[in-house]
Design a protein around this ligand. Structure first.
Ligand SMILES: C[S@@+](CC[C@H](N)C(=O)[O-])C[C@H]1O[C@@H](n2cnc3c(N)ncnc32)[C@H](O)[C@@H]1O
Length: 302
């Protein structure tokens, strides 16, 4: 019997689309289209004159394109949000939704190399046309660069040892597959926690390959420019680095430090948060394990 795997089961669907406060004739952007779960929900709430633009850098997502005159799918990185909206003649929008990270489809396709569960070539590119893959990170990065990324993106205490081991192994043999990488690193990981730590290491490599932190910052800065006053930002993050950037940006329009006060002690900020942090219910996590680390933040453009 053939089992058809779902492309992706949307996380915090109702809560995140509620966060957009969809106006029937509004213009919205879903920057992480994937299987189109959030996009379909936005379209349901839009009237005949509404518009939805969606981005996904993975060409596999194109197979989920929605046939609807109000919908446009753009196969590009959302770091070019403003540029591509301008191409379609759009300067300002009513809401932007982002559901970051990888889709279940990407994670479950062995040859994409995102999962520790399969033996595959080291890859992890969300955009199959990108030059940098996990192979280059593991085989060509300096020991110091590897150490830094294991520290910064996975907070691993034994980052120096992991980096040293990788560099010494690849002098003899290139590390080409996930099985080779797993076999090399597992003996260095805390007994009983190997799989969990390995998943953190993979996530750190994935963040580097897809430049996720830089891309998120570039994207956030553009949302401030393209949202109309009162426009909504509804963003779902899956790891603390991402969530911290989103939280700080919503609070102060900055990624670090505090905003400057004027002579009266007032600060000028681009957004106001709409509610506190929203996380999935126990029921949602039971039905969809991928939801377990999700954090939703919603803000309104001032
Ligand atoms: C968690 S999935 C989104 C799932 C989607 N909300 C749904 O309901 O099916 C994230 C998607 O965003 C895409 N993506 C991640 N970062 C991206 C970026 N910087 N630019 C464009 N697409 C990106 C991934 O390729 C993936 O398909």
């Amino acid at each position: 019997m053939m089992i058809l795997m779902e492309y992706h089961n949307p996380v915090l669907l109702k809560e995140s689309v509620d966060g957009l406060d969809v106006k029937p004739d509004g213009i919205y952007v879903d920057v992480t289209f994937g299987g189109g779960g959030h996009s379909k929900e936005i379209l349901k709430r839009l009237g005949p004159d509404g518009k939805l633009y969606a981005f996904d850098q993975d060409k596999d997502a194109l197979e989920n394109k929605i046939e609807d005159g109000r919908f446009t799918l753009i196969n590009e990185n959302f770091r070019y949000l403003k540029r591509f909206l301008r191409f379609y003649g759009i300067k300002k929008v009513d809401g932007v939704l982002g559901d970051f990270g990888v889709s279940s489809h990407q994670f479950n396709e062995a040859e994409r190399g995102f999962s520790t569960r399969f033996d595959a070539k080291l890859d992890m590119r969300m955009n199959q046309g990108d030059k940098l893959s996990a192979y280059e990170v593991i085989n060509e990065y300096e020991e110091e660069q590897l150490k830094k990324l294991f520290w910064a993106y996975a907070d691993l205490k034994n980052a120096p040892k992991l980096a040293r081991t990788i560099v010494s192994e690849r002098k003899n043999n290139p590390i080409e597959t996930s099985e080779q990488l797993n076999d090399l690193l597992k003996p260095l990981l805390f007994k009983g926690k190997e799989n969990k730590i390995l998943a953190q290491i993979y996530q750190a490599i994935r963040i580097e390959v897809n430049q996720e932190i830089e891309v998120l910052k570039e994207f956030l800065l553009q949302t401030e420019e393209i949202l109309k006053p009162g426009g909504r930002l509804s963003l779902i993050s899956y790891h603390s680095l991402e969530d911290r950037l989103v939280k700080r940006y919503i609070r102060s329009g900055l990624f670090e430090g505090e905003p400057e006060k004027d002579m009266y002690g007032n600060i000028s900020v681009p957004f106001k948060k709409v509610n506190g942090l929203i996380i999935p219910s126990k029921e949602e996590i039971q039905q969809n394990n991928r939801a377990r680390s999700a954090k939703l933040r919603v803000a309104r453009k001032l």
